[in-house]
Write a protein that binds this ligand. Structure first.
Ligand SMILES: *[C@@H]1O[C@H](CO)[C@@H](O)[C@H](O)[C@H]1NC(C)=O
Ligand SMILES: *[C@@H]1O[C@H](CO)[C@@H](O)[C@H](O)[C@H]1NC(C)=O
Ligand SMILES: [Cu+2]
Length: 174
């Protein structure tokens, strides 16, 4: 015979409410302690946000692919480009750090790099939701970035119109 348990019913309702409203914000510092994203690897759920906090002098957060770590992601069919903060200049000793926020809309791995010339090749790359094992780990991505000899991280990747559109996404930390 079926019995109804009001308490567990209420609890599961409450839990699903709490879970769905707990979208986390993850912070990644861009530069500051060298040519590095800190942390380099982030795990984020769909609905979470990732806030990139820019340090001097000038970095970018630019989406790429595992196979081509230092090149702006571009859909060959549609021409749609991945996310790109554009260059973010920050004065040394600035009182506030500009931040740029990315909303996580899917759970597939996200790969990104800094498009300031030579930074990607120096290992300034990061990942969100990269596999911990197998061929496409963050470590594999980073070594691919550092072994690349292409100049795809050149300023032409980050065009000036992207830099302007970046302004609408600019937030100030308080
Ligand atoms: C390119 O965009 C089309 C249309 O949105 C999509 O169907 C296709 O999967 C995309 N290709 C890649 C490689 O993401
Ligand atoms: C991983 O890489 C190795 C060596 O390149 C290859 O033989 C293997 O098939 C790859 N595994 C997967 C799951 O792609
Ligand atoms: Cu950089």
């Amino acid at each position: 015979m079926l019995s109804f348990h009001p308490f567990s019913f209420t609890l599961s309702l409450l839990c699903s409410f709490v879970t769905s409203s707990l979208a986390a914000n993850h912070q990644i510092v861009v530069g500051g302690t060298g040519l590095v994203f800190t942390p380099e690897e982030t795990t984020a759920a769909v609905g979470d946000t990732v806030e990139f906090i820019f340090q001097p002098p000038q970095h970018t957060v630019t989406q790429s692919s595992f196979a081509d770590p230092c090149t702006l992601l571009k859909n060959a069919t549609t021409g749609a480009e991945g996310f790109n903060s554009g260059p973010v200049p920050v004065q040394a000793g600035a009182a506030t750090a500009p931040a740029w926020t990315l909303e996580i809309t899917e759970s597939t791995p996200i790969w990104f790099f800094c498009a300031t010339p030579t930074h990607c090749q120096s290992g300034m790359v990061g990942s969100i939701n990269a596999a911990k094992t197998g061929n496409k780990t963050f470590a594999a991505f980073k070594s691919l970035a550092m072994g690349t000899t292409s100049s795809n991280g050149s300023p032409s990747v980050v065009s000036s119109d992207r830099s302007r559109s970046y302004g609408s996404h600019l937030e100030r930390l308080c």
